[in-house]
Design a protein around this ligand. Structure first.
Ligand code: ZN
Ligand code: MN
Length: 503
């Protein structure tokens, strides 16, 4: 059964959206949060476990100091206060991939609280950017769950599966959960702000070097809370929480979808069920999950097996000194270095291509060439495939190499596009693709001369004009030669040959 949706415009006429974003970041520490098991991605199932992360009787946890340090650096970068004293708490629930039957998390005493992130979005005036401040409620430490694998069904989901297997390698990997305060006043920009917040939070995490920050591998996962209230009321409606939205594009789409779905229900006089929902990447809809529990239902209580965390003020200040250049400052610096206009910079950031462009320039391409490829060809191809440009599978070094081949005159822009086709098809490196597909531009006079003679013969009237001194007419003959040689002729040399023959 598909949901009824109100148009985006009409939902805004009648309602104001409020959002709450919860982002889980998997830290890249060597070991897990409360034991010495390796915390690396992708090992054979259940090879990275011990009595502590399996919740066996008598096992005692100990806090990973590196994870506490990363948590504090994230908190400081988000302009948060750092707790002088805080504790872990048990969040009790049954979940098959959590062997302890509780998650060790933080409850009313998070390590970091009361911060903000200034998010840059395209200005409503249409020119330049504007800043939207997202207030941060808290950033707290917790551990990840294991993973269930549902076997035998067509979709890999629990529905239709014969049986399920559990992999506890991920159980106990350190997580930082970053929770915003309700984001109000975003209006028609709500989907865009949600996406920009997650994108810019991700940039910050990358700059801090505390996580792989790979949304496609789940090392950053966003949950999107959304509610609507009657337009202008200033209130908060009943919210839904859409879980594990794992691409930037999906964050934007999920917000837009839930706004339109809520609006349709409320507009008919219905009420919203407080529940979790699951984003469906393929169909672009959310599906009902479970009724959302209130915090009380988890029966939180302080973790008795762990000592409180009380970071000294000296340690906090020392960590403050390790904060990198913040992404916003970095963007301003790069824009100046690259000579990009506000619009060029905005489009680059908006396409999620800033890091890619930066790496491409770092690999030797000019800023304008790097921007051109990522924002035209790559952005279009990513859009066609429905993925973020960063997940396209084309490396910045490859783009830089393609541009180098253009600069060397060995291919032109048109042929470069065929090299990108080859890269996406997994045909090898740019050089291998040029060789295998025979894309190199021909500048050998023998082959070019034959094509030039053929073009002159086929276009006697054009040839006469050139003989009469109308050199501009050479363009038509160059075009004919290019066509004959499938775009692979050296256009400059072709022109010279034509003029030589007809002068
Ligand atoms: Zn362990
Ligand atoms: Mn959590």
């Amino acid at each position: 059964m598909s949901d009824t949706l109100l148009s985006f415009e009409e939902s805004l006429e009648k309602f104001d959206p409020a959002m709450g974003l919860e982002v889980h970041v998997e830290l890249n520490t060597n070991t897990k949060m409360f034991c010495g098991c390796p915390a690396v991605f992708g090992g054979e199932p259940n090879t990275q476990t011990c009595p502590t992360c399996l919740g066996l009787p008598g096992a005692m946890p100990a806090v990973n100091a590196k994870a506490v340090e990363s948590a504090m650096r994230i908190g400081l970068a988000l302009n948060c206060e750092i707790a002088e004293w805080c504790r872990f708490a048990r969040k009790n629930y049954f979940y098959p991939d959590m062997p302890k039957n509780f998650q060790t998390s933080q409850y009313d005493e998070p390590i970091a609280f009361d911060g903000y992130l200034d998010v840059e979005i395209p200005a409503r005036s249409g020119e330049g950017t504007e800043t939207f401040r997202v207030d941060i409620e808290r950033a707290h430490m917790e551990e990840d769950t294991g993973k269930s694998l549902h076997v035998g069904g067509a979709t890999g989901r629990i529905q239709g599966a014969d049986h399920s297997l559990v992999d506890y390698n991920r159980a106990g990997i350190p997580l930082i959960e970053i929770v915003t305060k309700p984001i109000m006043g975003s209006r028609e920009k709500a989907p865009e702000i949600a996406k920009a917040y997650v994108a810019q939070l991700r940039e910050l995490i990358v700059a801090l070097g505390v996580s792989d920050a790979r949304m496609d591998q789940g090392s950053i996962r966003a949950d999107v809370n959304l509610s609507l209230a009657p337009a202008g009321s200033g209130g908060l409606g009943t919210r839904t929480e859409t879980k594990n939205v794992n691409s930037l594009r999906s964050v934007e789409r999920a917000v837009r979808y839930e706004m339109q779905r809520h609006a349709a229900i409320l507009d008919e006089g219905g009420s919203i069920l407080q529940e979790t929902r699951h984003w469906q990447e393929d169909s672009g809809v959310t599906l009902s999950g479970r009724p959302k529990s209130d915090a009380d239902d988890y029966r939180y209580f302080p973790e008795p097996d762990l000592v409180p965390v009380a970071p000294s003020r000296e340690w906090v200040e020392e960590l403050r000194g390790t904060l990198p250049e913040l992404p916003r400052e970095k963007r301003a610096r790069l824009q100046k270095e690259w000579g990009f206009s506000d619009l060029e910079m905005r489009d680059t950031v908006g396409a999620g291509a800033l890091g890619l462009v930066e790496e491409t320039i770092g690999a030797g391409a000019s800023p304008q060439a790097a921007r051109k490829w990522w924002l035209s060809d790559m952005a279009r191809r990513a859009n066609e495939k429905g993925v973020d440009v960063a997940d396209l599978g084309v490396a910045p070094t490859d783009v830089a190499r393609v541009q180098e081949l253009v600069d060397e005159g060995r291919i032109n822009d048109k042929l470069a596009r065929q090299v990108f086709d080859g890269l996406l098809a997994g045909e090898g490196t740019p050089d291998e693709i040029v060789a295998a597909r025979g894309l190199e531009i021909v500048s050998d006079d023998g082959a070019l001369g034959a094509a030039v003679d053929k073009a002159i013969e086929a276009n006697p009237d054009v040839a006469d004009k050139i003989r009469d001194g109308k050199v501009a007419a050479a363009g038509a003959l160059i075009g004919a030669v290019m066509k004959e040689m499938r775009g692979q002729a050296d256009a400059g040399r072709v022109r010279e040959l034509i003029l030589e023959r007809l002068s």
